[in-house]
Design a binder for this molecule. Structure first.
Ligand SMILES: Nc1ncnc2c1ncn2[C@@H]1O[C@H](COP(=O)(O)OP(=O)(O)O)[C@@H](O)[C@H]1O
Ligand SMILES: [Mg+2]
Length: 353
């Protein structure tokens, strides 16, 4: 077993890019993290860029991607390569996966890093995979008594067999508007807000094209508030942030078009709501077996004073402007220190403390 904490210099493998729709966000997050880590003289950062097709690139090429902040032009992509790991992987003492979405944030990469027997930043296989699959996540939250919107879970085959029955069931138990979502995705991709049966059927056809497992939720009129969590078994919760926007809901375009959404830190909420949200964020983190970090998102239904948990993100956006690091900055942990703490938490977890 490598005793990384005793080494004077730590070779950190920064994994970024990846196969999900959040490829570009990952590059931006990785740039910010690489720059923060480079301020600590103990760390040597070796970047590993993962192309959109899943191919891992060597630190040399990866550094070019990091420096210019953009994915490689088509002419420089490696194509048709069977899955292989660059030789430099052997030199890494600790991994920092900066990947969002499927094949990055969902436990797959975490499983690979686990098999390499090296510490890695953030959540392990279980928390990552549970956090990525909305049906599994909601079942676990429900079991822990965390309040959430009413929902119906089904798969493509069930839907195709009994469209009429499911439509009636959804209308009776949830009503309109409701939200149709692929179970396993992110960034609002494949999500629709529907107001009648025809839209429901179209939305289900669309969601099942992304994932055979889908979820339909009762629509709520609520403020969207978010809490950052940091730690392993005894995590801390940050101040609460809020997202505001003028669109119908926080869809892909609103998320990724500059100026369409605002981050408000701290969210103006009654003290008891802040405390309830922080307690629920920590409970959600512990319920999925979280480690390192997570951002937990909620709906606050102001008219009734109800807080509902929406989801846990096990590797939230981590650019200098993202909610997660901004919440910690406001709560007294600047970006550079946050990255240091995540590295320390990874080492502690690896050594079982
Ligand atoms: N049940 C709901 N009621 C109201 N708005 C919702 C509901 N579910 C999702 N939304 C809207 O859709 C957005 C994306 O949904 P979310 O489940 O967070 O998906 P993702 O994992 O892709 O972020 C939310 O931020 C919110 O604006
Ligand atoms: Mg979300």
């Amino acid at each position: 077993m490598t005793v990384v904490s005793d080494k004077t210099s730590l070779n950190i493998g920064l994994l970024f890019g990846g196969q999900s729709g959040e490829h570009d966000v990952s590059i931006t997050s990785a740039r910010a993290i690489a720059s923060a880590l480079s301020q600590n003289s103990r760390y040597q950062v070796q970047p590993f860029y993962i192309q959109r097709d899943g191919t891992w690139r060597s630190p040399n090429i990866s550094q070019q991607v990091l420096s210019c902040g953009k994915s490689l032009p088509d002419s420089e992509l490696l194509t048709g390569a069977a899955f292989f790991l660059p030789a430099e992987v052997q030199q890494i003492d600790l991994w920092f996966p900066v990947l969002h979405g499927p094949n990055g944030e969902d436990g797959t990469v975490q499983g690979l890093l686990q098999l390499m027997h090296k510490p890695y930043v953030g959540n392990g296989v279980l928390a990552s995979s549970v956090g990525m699959d909305k049906i599994a996540m909601k079942a676990i939250f429900a079991n822990a008594g965390l309040p959430q919107v009413k929902y119906v879970a089904l798969n493509r085959w069930q839907w195709q067999q009994e469209q009429q029955e499911w439509s009636e069931h959804i209308e009776v138990t949830l009503g309109y508007p409701c939200f149709v979502k692929p179970s396993n995705l992110g960034s609002s991709v494949g999500i629709s807000k529907v107001r009648d049966r025809q839209q429901l059927q179209e939305a289900i056809a669309s969601a099942t094209s992304y994932d055979p497992r889908i979820i339909i939720e009762q629509g709520v009129i609520a403020r969207e508030i978010e809490c950052a969590v940091l730690g392993n078994e005894q995590p801390q919760a940050s101040a609460i942030g809020e997202i505001t926007f003028n669109s119908d809901f926080y869809d892909y375009e609103t998320k990724y078009t500059a100026g369409m959404a605002n981050l408000i830190i701290p969210s103006q909420l009654p003290d008891h709501v802040v405390q309830a949200v922080q307690a629920m964020a920590v409970k959600a983190f512990q319920t999925v077996g979280g480690s390192g970090l997570a951002r937990v998102d909620f709906f606050y239904v102001e008219t009734t004073g109800t807080v509902l948990i929406n989801e846990i993100n096990t590797f939230p956006g981590f650019t200098a402007l993202s909610m997660y690091p901004k919440l910690w900055e406001y709560s007294g942990i600047p970006f550079t220190e946050l990255c240091d703490r995540l590295v320390d938490l990874a080492i502690k977890k690896y050594h079982g403390n």
